[in-house]
Design a protein around this ligand. Structure first.
Ligand SMILES: NC(=O)c1ccc[n+]([C@@H]2O[C@H](COP(=O)([O-])OP(=O)(O)OC[C@H]3O[C@@H](n4cnc5c(N)ncnc54)[C@H](OP(=O)(O)O)[C@@H]3O)[C@@H](O)[C@H]2O)c1
Length: 216
């Protein structure tokens, strides 16, 4: 049985938990407060879910989702995430997160900064250009001609492979636009972020037409 640690129990964390449990995964989910504040959610998710601290979710996960914005002060359990594939769902929103000068200047992507904050983990950007509830409703069987696609980007091929399998289980094709230095191509404001429903060909075209003129 594969367990997914999920750090962040908001829109993304809870919808990914539901999608994962529907596919037979176990989940251990955390917020910034204490596990007991998640008892209602865990009850709704059923016996395949339990709540933990962020460190507990990181330790329990065979791989881990971070569904939490990147912070200037690293608030992730770095040691517990070491050696693991870490799926980062973050979109850089300056109104919410403040400014990261290296991201604003185009020197680094926000996901490269996450990778730097987690040097012993294998960070992969995924699930960033779909509204979280759609993860549960827009999936289609493999091979359907208009199946929707989602972007994936990492410096580690095994992390891309894991997300590609997960996307497929959830009903989506994958378009790999690695490495993380290229991950700005589906950042907020870019064509791939603005067009919610995209087939594999449309997403590849939108990623190719991205211009580095917005924060990423
Ligand atoms: N919403 C979407 O549809 C969507 C789609 C794609 C990508 N994204 C991105 O995904 C990320 C999550 O978005 P969201 O909409 O799910 O946010 P959200 O609804 O505001 O939830 C954020 C969650 O993160 C938790 N959290 C914050 N700091 C934490 C920490 N240090 N340790 C553990 N948990 C922590 C919060 O816990 P508390 O409540 O206890 O503070 C909350 O459960 C964001 O970066 C967003 O840009 C969102």
């Amino acid at each position: 049985m594969t367990t997914i640690g999920i750090i962040g129990a908001g829109e993304v964390g809870t919808h990914l938990a539901r999608a994962a449990i529907a596919q037979g995964y176990h989940v251990v989910i955390a917020n910034s407060r204490s596990p007991d504040t998640l008892s209602e959610l865990v009850q709704a998710l059923g016996p395949a879910a339990r709540a933990a601290t962020a460190e507990g979710a990181a330790r329990a996960g065979d791989f881990v989702v971070i569904a939490v914005p990147l912070k200037l002060i690293n608030d992730m359990p770095v040691a517990a995430l070491a050696g693991k594939i870490v799926i980062d769902t973050n979109n850089y929103m300056t109104w919410r997160d403040g400014h990261f000068p290296m991201v604003d200047s185009g020197e680094k992507t926000v996901h490269e900064l996450r990778q730097e904050q987690l040097p012993a983990s294998r960070v992969v950007k995924a699930f960033t250009h779909i509204q979280a509830p759609r993860i549960l409703t827009w999936g289609m069987a493999g091979g359907v001609p208009d199946r929707l696609a989602l972007a994936v980007s990492s410096d580690f091929p095994e992390a891309v492979a894991l997300v590609t399998r997960l996307y497929d289980q959830f009903g989506f094709d994958a378009v790999d636009h690695s490495p993380l230095s290229e991950s700005w191509r589906n950042a907020p404001g870019q064509p791939a972020w603005k067009q919610e429903r995209q087939t594999r060909l449309e997403l590849a075209s939108n990623l190719a037409s991205a211009r580095r003129n917005t924060q990423s």
